[in-house]
Write a protein that binds this ligand. Structure first.
Ligand code: ADP
Ligand code: MG
Length: 196
């Protein structure tokens, strides 16, 4: 199946998730991520500002800030994303597509990130990710290089058997859902640190 109908179907399914389910699943997903060695060992993490029932990231933000980690958020810059350091959530302001974006100027290249957390519309169990169709993360990582770990956050509802993957699509190292975490490629050993 081509990407577009999968996007349309999955966006409709996620839209109908009740707010309290999004919240409780998001808490479980974030708690699971926060128990993992990839989080513990990370000095610099990129988060995202959720829209349209994407998995929330506030818990990770607050814990990581308390623990002195460096946090960055993406900002749309033409066809690219730049990753900008954020010290307080007040530094996030409405930007492209209604997403809260950082207003600062302390840029970090994607290749310098220990962990990049990505939202997505759909994911499969081979580590493929489907976005909204603009390819921002694919292009940013293509230009700036790959972070040490690219980790998707999603609800089990967003998993599909097989996504059509193209050459430019970024592959995930890990995917964290409310039920478990999935590891792909060389990250499989990281499963040891997941809570099931
Ligand atoms: P999404 O990842 O948002 O689901 P796609 O993977 O379908 O979207 O990518 C959308 C478009 O972005 C592609 O058709 C391609 O033209 C462009 N694109 C993605 N990655 C790159 C890249 N590394 N270099 C140039 N163009 C890219
Ligand atoms: Mg893509």
């Amino acid at each position: 199946m081509p990407k577009k109908p999968i996007r349309v179907d999955m966006l409709a399914r996620r839209k109908h998730l009740a707010a309290e389910i999004c919240l409780s699943h998001s808490l479980r997903i974030q708690e699971r991520f926060l128990t993992m060695a990839v989080y513990r060992d990370a000095g610099t993490l990129a988060l995202y500002s959720p829209i349209l029932n994407e998995v929330f990231t506030e818990e990770i933000f607050h814990r990581a800030r308390r623990e002195g980690k460096k946090l960055v958020f993406p900002r749309v810059h033409g066809e690219d994303l730049v990753f900008v350091e954020v010290r307080s959530r007040r530094e996030l302001v409405p930007g492209a597509f209604g997403v809260l974006e950082p207003e600062g100027q302390d840029l970090v290249a994607a290749s310098e990130l220990d962990v990049l957390l990505v939202p997505g519309v759909a994911f499969d169990l081979c580590g493929h990710r489907l976005g909204y169709g603009k390819g921002f993360y694919d292009r940013a990582l293509g230009r700036q290089g790959r972070p040490s770990q690219v980790i998707g956050l999603c609800y089990e509802l967003q998993l599909v058997q097989r996504l059509p993957a193209e050459e430019h699509d970024v592959c995930l190292d890990l995917l964290v859902t409310e039920e478990r975490c999935y590891a792909f490629g060389p990250a499989v050993s990281a499963l040891d640190s997941c809570q099931h």
